[in-house]
Design a binder for this molecule. Structure first.
Ligand code: HAM
Length: 415
């Protein structure tokens, strides 16, 4: 027997999954976003140049594929670099380009609750939009989605501000000084991070390192005048829009492309993996990936599996779209099977949801199965019904039976 690959899942009931996607599509249309799709395979170098050579995603979590040529391709670990590649490659002129895409992503992580090797993200980007007011609008859009469209209550929004390139240069210097003093107490990997990509120390999972970094200098205390003003504006606008947030000075996000605004939506109900949505501003990515002009952008990705965990906790309160009433046709003998196909075809043609029992079970067993399947009506076709061109219709809820002419059946059931 084959078993699924570690860290992957079979979804046998997609009701809640589709609920998230359908609600998101409606919500994002209200905010003028357009749905796009990009490939699941991309060049590995795309992620090295954007997500970051020294990030865990690139150093440890890539699913690489060696194709027939020299190019090394990979299964995408996130969608943002693909969206920006598509923006450049398709020479999109009209900005802001407001797009969203959803689908599977792949990261070779240690699987646990809410953490998979194949998982799904709904990824939303505004490419070519530099104003900090966009960030506030974008975060409000997400908050409204989680709170109003999905009905989540048990979550928090964490924000931070990473400043401009110059701010980060100053901050790297301050952080390096701080690390020089505590280096003997931090893990070996953090010593390497200090040399290669110092902001990544905040992604360290070692509890001792995390405690030490609580006393690290904070980037928001070291912003230039313009960035400081933007940071103030962001907080003011969020408050004005009634978005509740907490400032988290160590929030730097695990990917290299961020500048200025960064945020995460988290919930303690998720266990160890608390973030169910993360994003921020990335102002240099278009140029970094070969675009001619800088296109300051902001975006986020929602982790569908983690939102599913949250929805499972409140599923009684969710108003899911009503399923269509099921009509089950029961041909009693072999001779009525062909008639059953014709009756079903006619009903399906008039928009009803219909299935047929064709396996030759006894009527008792077919009735039991119909009950289990939640059928609204069973439509019995026996020799007598065939002879009289009729159908015996039984309403499962009331047990009421009626005999209807086959020719009138669709109208009868629809009324
Ligand atoms: P990220 O924080 O790496 O950001 O991922 C976003 C969300 O995807 C996480 O908050 C989490 O809910 C979910 N996620 C990540 N890894 C896993 C996993 N192994 N299993 C289950 N869920 C997972 C990004 O991917 C950025 N591209 C977001 C972005 C878009 N920034 C700007 N635009």
């Amino acid at each position: 027997m084959f078993r699924k690959i570690k860290g992957t899942q079979d979804f046998l009931d997609l009701t809640l999954f589709n609920f998230i996607i359908d609600q998101a599509k409606k919500h994002l249309e209200q905010y003028n976003f357009v749905e796009i799709a990009t490939p699941i395979i991309e060049p590995l170098d795309l992620y090295k140049r954007s997500t970051g050579e020294e990030t865990e995603v690139v150093t440890k979590q890539m699913f690489k594929i060696t194709g027939k040529g020299d190019e090394v391709i990979c299964l995408r670990p996130e969608a943002t670099p693909s969206v920006i590649r598509a923006f450049i490659e398709n020479k999109i002129q009209q900005t802001p380009w407001k797009v969203f895409t959803w689908g599977p992503m792949f990261r070779y992580e240690r699987p646990q609750k809410g953490r998979y090797r194949q998982f799904h993200q709904l990824n939303i980007e505004v490419v070519g939009a530099s104003s900090v007011f966009q960030d506030a609008h974008f975060i409000k859009m997400l908050d409204r989605f989680f709170g109003e469209k999905l009905g989540l209550t048990d979550y928090a929004l964490l924000i931070n501000f990473l400043g401009c390139f110059e701010d980060r240069k100053t901050y790297h210097f301050l952080l390096r000084q701080f690390l020089n003093d505590v280096e003997q107490d931090v893990c070996a990997e953090c010593s390497i991070r200090k040399e290669k990509n110092i902001l990544r120390i905040f992604d360290c999972k070692n509890p001792q390192c995390q405690t030490i970094y609580k006393d690290a200098p904070q980037i928001t205390n070291n912003l230039c005048k313009d960035c400081n003003a933007e940071w103030e504006t962001l907080q003011e606008q969020l408050s004005l829009l009634s978005v509740t947030f907490a400032v988290q000075p160590t929030l730097v996000r695990g990917l290299d492309y961020y500048s200025k605004t960064v945020f995460e939506f988290v919930s303690d109900s998720l266990g160890a993996q608390t973030a169910f949505c993360g994003g921020g501003r990335y102002n240099q990515l278009v140029c970094q990936l070969g675009g001619k002009e800088d296109q300051p952008s902001v975006g986020a990705a929602i982790g569908i599996e983690r939102v599913l965990l949250l929805l499972e906790l409140i599923k009684e309160r969710i108003l899911l779209p009503q399923k269509k009433a099921l009509h089950l046709i029961l041909p009693i003998e072999q001779k009525q099977k062909s008639l059953a196909l014709l009756v079903a075809d006619n009903l399906q043609n008039s928009g009803l949801s219909v299935d047929i029992f064709l396996e030759g079970d006894s009527i008792k067993s077919m009735m039991r199965k119909a009950n289990k399947m939640g059928a609204k009506y069973v439509l019995i076709l026996g020799p007598q019904e065939q002879e009289e061109k009729k159908v015996s219709v039984k309403e499962m809820m009331t047990g009421k039976s009626e005999t209807i002419l086959q020719i009138d059946l669709a109208d009868y059931l629809k009324s």
